[in-house]
Design a binder for this molecule. Structure first.
Ligand code: NOJ
Length: 443
């Protein structure tokens, strides 16, 4: 397998997100985000860590963009911190925030690296959370203002846009389970935030389309390849179907004009009380591409006493299969299966793998990091992706998660996903073997 097999127009890249790398959480007029607040609460994050410093990308972006250049990665995906641009969420624009992203974009272009902007990667301005955040329908207006501002300021140099990052995860973990910011729980919070996020996804797409002369617009979905734990058990099959509706279908289907998958997910019926006339037309939008973030396979078991779904994920460590630090099974076929499943939807034009990668404990020997497990992981997943591509799937790109080891949300700095190792004491970056492998593959 080599790069050429994927075609000359294939987008190769690396993905990051603002809160996970930038640090400098109060610099130059930035307002607080829900992650700044949530990460300071006791026992929410592994070892009570936070993103105050992270990879110090705010100050070290030049070094990191040069690393991308050195690794010969032609596309860089990063997100905009909403509260750097609008410290209060809406209203007054903070020019210093705009200036920062201008510097990042300009250096990308100078180095011949194409910038890909994710508009929302989970760090909602705290001021908007004080008004209910994603549970408040007004977020459609707040988000529209933010998107408009970004397209107006960056659209002269950026044509690749990703509206939302994994809406299922930020609504599910943030507004239902309470394990991510803002730490809310409950079905009502969840359902309200799902509907508003789905509305914003389409609204964001429409705004970019109307303001930009030649945009390439997408949005990203987490996608787990699911199988019943016991393939002979009808109840496990049924449970898998429900979990699939929740994890994999909940956001893509309304976007494609198919409505919410309520038939397979009756706990969501209450969503109807949040739906206003015309919403189900406004909620759909023709994206140029669908971004899939694929890491693993999950096995689903029927568990009668489990509230809401009567289902559980049987973690990889309980199954004694090869897994990463995240307890995610290493199962390269998941990427092939994800593509095959999503392309069955009629309105999906192009698919990009906007994230794929692995967290392993890295071995630092003689200042080198032989992360062969990560290298194998990437290589094996790419092989499976190529298989789908050769069978005719319309896959247009692949982005590794991530450049430099960074803040992995509730897991803190423990899981390391980077192609580049970070020493948190010194902020020194060291390219891992997987990074050199990616470079050689791309060369
Ligand atoms: C999903 C998210 O988009 C990203 O922020 C996260 O770090 C990776 N996947 C790994 O969990």
């Amino acid at each position: 397998m080599n790069r050429k097999d994927f075609g000359d127009d294939f987008f190769w890249g690396v993905s990051t997100a603002a809160y996970q790398i930038e640090g400098s959480i109060t610099a130059d007029g930035k307002g607080p985000s829900i992650w700044d607040v949530f990460s300071k609460k006791k026992n929410k994050i592994f070892n009570n860590q936070n993103g105050d410093i992270a990879c110090d990308f705010y100050n070290k972006f030049t070094q990191d963009l040069y690393l991308i250049y050195e690794l010969k990665i032609p596309n860089f995906r990063f997100s905009i911190s909403w509260s750097r641009i609008f410290p209060n969420g809406t209203g007054q624009i903070n020019q210093q925030g705009i200036d920062f992203y201008n510097r990042v974009i300009d250096l990308c272009l100078e180095l011949n690296i194409e910038p890909w902007i994710t508009l929302y990667h989970w760090d909602l301005p705290e001021k908007l959370q004080e008004k209910g955040g994603w549970t408040n329908r007004d977020i459609i207006n707040w988000f529209s203002e933010f998107v408009t501002c970004c397209v107006k300021h960056f659209g002269d140099r950026v044509s690749k846009w990703i509206v939302l990052n994994e809406p299922m995860v930020f609504t599910g973990a943030g507004y239902f389970l309470g394990v991510h910011a803002p730490g809310l729980r409950g079905l009502n919070n969840f359902i309200a935030s799902v509907h508003h996020a789905a509305m914003c996804q389409a609204a964001g797409g429409r705004i970019i389309r109307s303001l930009h002369p030649n945009p390439y617009i997408g949005t990203t979905f987490s996608h787990s390849y699911l199988e019943p734990y016991n393939t002979d058990n009808v109840k496990d099959h049924h449970a898998t179907k429900k979990v699939d509706a929740l994890l994999n279908r909940l956001f893509i289907e309304p976007l494609l004009g198919l409505g919410y998958p309520l038939a397979d997910l009756s706990i969501l019926n209450r969503i109807e009380k949040f739906i206003k006339p015309n919403d189900m037309e406004l909620i759909s939008f023709k994206m140029d591409f669908i971004g899939l973030q694929v890491y693993t396979r999950e096995l689903i078991k029927y568990v009668p006493f489990q509230p809401f779904l009567q289902a559980n994920i049987v973690k990889a460590s309980q199954r004694f299969v090869h897994h990463t630090i995240m307890d995610w099974e290493v199962h390269p076929d998941c990427i092939y299966k994800a593509v095959k499943k999503i392309e069955q939807y009629e309105n999906v034009k192009e698919i990009i793998i906007t994230e794929n990668g692995a967290a392993f404990d890295d071995d630092l020997k003689d200042k080198r990091i032989f992360d062969l497990l990560r290298k194998d992981y990437l290589q094996n997943h790419l092989n499976k992706l190529l298989k789908a591509k050769k069978e005719g799937s319309n896959i247009k790109g692949y982005f590794v998660w991530t450049l430099v080891d960074n803040f992995e949300w509730a897991e803190g700095y423990k899981p390391k996903f980077g192609l580049v190792h970070l020493d948190h004491q010194t902020q020194k970056r060291t390219i891992k073997e997987s990074g050199f492998w990616y470079r050689d593959f791309l060369s």
